[in-house]
Design a protein around this ligand. Structure first.
Ligand code: PGA
Length: 236
């Protein structure tokens, strides 16, 4: 059973909660675990709509710690209280635009696990790193630096080549298989390793069929329930 998670990023107003409702209503019969991460402003309402359905609602980031003088930050205990069950950490957009380091990503993942939230830890190379032949070394460094010690609860990893995010470009099946095999070798088998980057209804089945791919992390194509449900129904 694959894990397929949508990431709305900085999109979504209250009117868009209808999409969450439609996704939740479309899940019976789907053979995958499905999550959706709306913006924080919609999290509690989305979780309410998902209650009693198979849809897991999650957040896109989390701050370490529980409570404190940290203006603007939201902790795992607060996310859980709002109804979150999973949280994306270390997305490349946060690593790039908010200077998140591997150590910060690890602290966030540990904070999520401590509250029983499943962290989805994102790793991936830039185009320049791939062109320089550094992809596997970059993945190793990110995994070694970002992964919490084993045993703290369920976590997932998302392999997201930075150059494939929002670009409509995807790696070849061979490139995906190589990265996922490498991640399993470094992080240990038995973890779900999702692929992310320009996943669409038209390529989801093919990506899910690549050896080592345990699910998908979907950005733009998760905004509309019809597209996301088409992805969730692919290959399964
Ligand atoms: P995309 O984003 O599907 O819009 O390429 C993926 C992601 O950043 O998780």
């Amino acid at each position: 059973m694959a894990l397929i998670v949508g990431n709305w990023k900085m999109h979504g107003l209250r009117a868009d909660l209808a999409e969450v409702e439609a996704v939740a209503a479309g899940l019976p019969g789907v053979g995958h675990r499905v999550g959706l991460c709306p913006p924080l402003t919609l999290l509690a309402q989305a979780a309410g709509l998902a209650e009693g359905t198979a849809l897991m609602v999650g957040a896109q980031d989390v701050a370490p710690g529980r409570f404190g003088a940290m203006t603007g930050d939201v902790s795992a205990v607060m996310l859980k209280d709002a109804g979150a069950r999973l949280v994306i950490v270390g997305h490349s957009e946060r690593r790039q635009h908010h200077g998140e380091t591997d150590a910060m990503v690890r602290a966030k993942a540990e904070a999520a696990l401590a509250e029983g939230l499943m962290p989805i830890i994102c790793v991936g190379e830039t185009e320049a790193q791939r062109d320089a032949g550094e992809t596997l070394a970059v993945l190793t460094a990110q995994l070694v630096g970002s992964l919490p010690a084993p045993g703290g609860g369920e976590l997932a990893i998302a392999y997201e080549p930075v150059w494939a995010i929002g670009t409509g470009r995807t790696p070849t099946s061979e490139q995906v298989a190589q990265a996922h095999a490498h991640i399993a070798a470094v992080a240990g088998a038995g973890l779900s390793v999702l692929y992310g980057g320009s996943v669409k209804p038209g390529n989801a089945a093919e990506l899910l069929a690549v050896p080592g791919v345990g699910g998908l992390l979907v950005g733009g194509a998760s905004l509309k329930a019809a597209d996301f449900l088409a992805i969730v129904n692919a290959g399964g």
